[in-house]
Structure formats: structure tokens, C-alpha cells
Design a binder for this molecule. Structure first.
Ligand code: SAH
Length: 215
């Protein structure tokens, strides 16, 4: 893998961090992770200049790498703790999973596109992160390693997947952009007891749809 991270990239990355801080993200652990991870590695080499703009960007298969601010916001809502076991739905480029791993979480991530899952896995191994990349349908979660402290969905969910609520630990939370007529309302759902949940609504965001099955 021929990827290089130069001082110029680091400079662009620092500006991105300052922009995200300016948008209200104060958690230094999140900002540090974004400042460290070479986001341009997660995109096609032709788009290095775009990698440090605070924007989503196409990664093939009609999918996108999330906007850095969105990554930071979802990570903030997830209240990531060192050693948390986190299940992510929608590996995509692997960037969000990398941010969580850099913060010390134990990350499992599911992707329904075989080729995206394979390339994210290759890149994360290359960067030295121990993220488990699973090729599968996130609606089903991943029972072998359940329950999870936290669950993060990075695609627009038409409904809250029941299997995921079941695979969440009591006391844990799930962050999910829930589709409401084409825009997505960010929700944090906390499991307060085996069958009890509280839901906190946040702002609207834009995500690609969460789809059933694998490709
Ligand atoms: N977290 C990603 C952004 C991903 S975009 C990143 O940091 O780059 C959303 C991803 O969710 C897409 O790659 C899409 O293929 C995937 N996806 C959609 N529905 C899914 C499902 N049911 N199971 C797993 N992945 C899914």
C-alpha cells in the first residue's frame, strides 16, 4: 500500500480539527483522533485535496465517507470510554471505526458491500488498528460478540433494528440517524433495563440509506 502522510497533510488536518472545534466539539480525545488519522488514506488518491474539507465524499458503490463533523458529533453522543466494546453498522471507508479504535475502543464494524468491507479491513490492518471488519447485514447485528457497550449506526435507518436493541448492554446506548421523510434525525437510545429504553433527539443530518441484505 503506497500511502504517504506529509507535513502538508498534517497542516490541512489541523485546520480541519480547528474547524470542527469551532462547530462545538470540545472533547479533546475526539479532536486528537481526527488530528492523528490520515483521512486521505480512506479516500481515492486523486482526492487528497478534498480529504481535509469538512464534507462527505464518494467512496464508490454509491456510498460516502461521512463528513468529519458528523463523525465527531456521533462519536461525542456515543460517550466513548477506553475499552468500550462498540458495534458500528456501515464500515464504509473504515474512517469512523478508526476514530473509535484510536480512542481506545474495541471495535466491531459491519458492512454490506463485500468490496468496501475488504478494502477497509486492509487499510485498518495497514495502519495497525485491531478493528474486526465483518461482511454482513447490520440489521442483524453480530451475535457472536454481543452484548455491546455501544452501537453506532452510520446509515439512515428506516426503523430501529430490533436485533441491535437486543445486542446492547443494559446501561449502554445506541446512536442512530433515524429516517423521517428523507432527512435523518439523530437519536441516542439508552437501554435502561432489559426491555426499557429512553430516547433523546438531536439535530437532523444526511446519510445514505441503511439497506437490507448483502451485496
Ligand atoms: N462509517 C462510514 C460511512 C459509511 S456510509 C465511514 O466512516 O466511511 C454508510 C455505509 O453503510 C455504506 O458503506 C453502506 O454500504 C453501509 N450500509 C448500509 N446498510 C447497511 C447494512 N444493513 N449493514 C451494513 N452496512 C450497511
Amino acid at each position: 500500500m503506497n500511502k504517504i502522510d506529509t507535513y502538508r497533510h498534517k497542516g490541512m488536518r489541523q485546520k480541519l480539527v480547528d474547524q470542527i472545534r469551532g462547530k462545538g466539539i470540545e472533547d479533546e480525545r475526539i479532536l486528537k483522533a481526527i488530528g492523528k488519522i490520515p483521512r486521505h488514506f480512506f479516500m481515492d488518491e486523486a482526492f487528497v485535496e478534498k480529504a481535509y474539507e469538512d464534507k462527505a465524499f464518494p467512496i464508490g458503490k454509491g456510498q460516502t465517507i461521512s463528513q468529519p463533523y458528523t463523525v465527531a458529533f456521533q462519536t461525542h453522543l456515543l460517550r466513548v470510554g477506553y475499552g468500550d466494546k462498540i458495534l458500528e453498522i456501515g464500515t464504509g471507508s473504515g474512517y469512523q471505526a478508526c476514530v473509535l479504535a484510536e480512542m481506545g475502543a474495541n471495535v466491531y464494524t459491519i458492512e454490506r458491500h463485500r468490496s468496501l468491507s475488504a478494502s477497509a479491513k486492509k487499510l485498518l490492518v495497514h495502519l495497525g488498528y485491531k478493528v474486526r471488519c465483518i461482511y454482513g447485514d447490520g440489521f442483524l447485528g453480530y451475535p457472536p460478540f454481543a452484548p455491546y457497550d455501544k452501537i453506532l449506526i452510520t446509515a439512515a435507518a428506516p426503523e430501529i433494528p430490533k436485533a441491535l436493541l437486543e445486542q446492547l448492554k443494559v446501561g449502554g446506548c445506541m446512536v442512530v440517524p433515524k429516517d423521517e421523510n428523507g432527512k435523518q434525525r439523530m437519536l441516542r437510545i439508552t437501554k435502561t433495563n432489559v426491555n426499557d429504553y429512553t430516547t433523546e433527539p438531536f439535530d437532523y443530518f444526511q446519510f445514505v440509506p441503511m439497506l437490507k441484505g448483502k451485496e
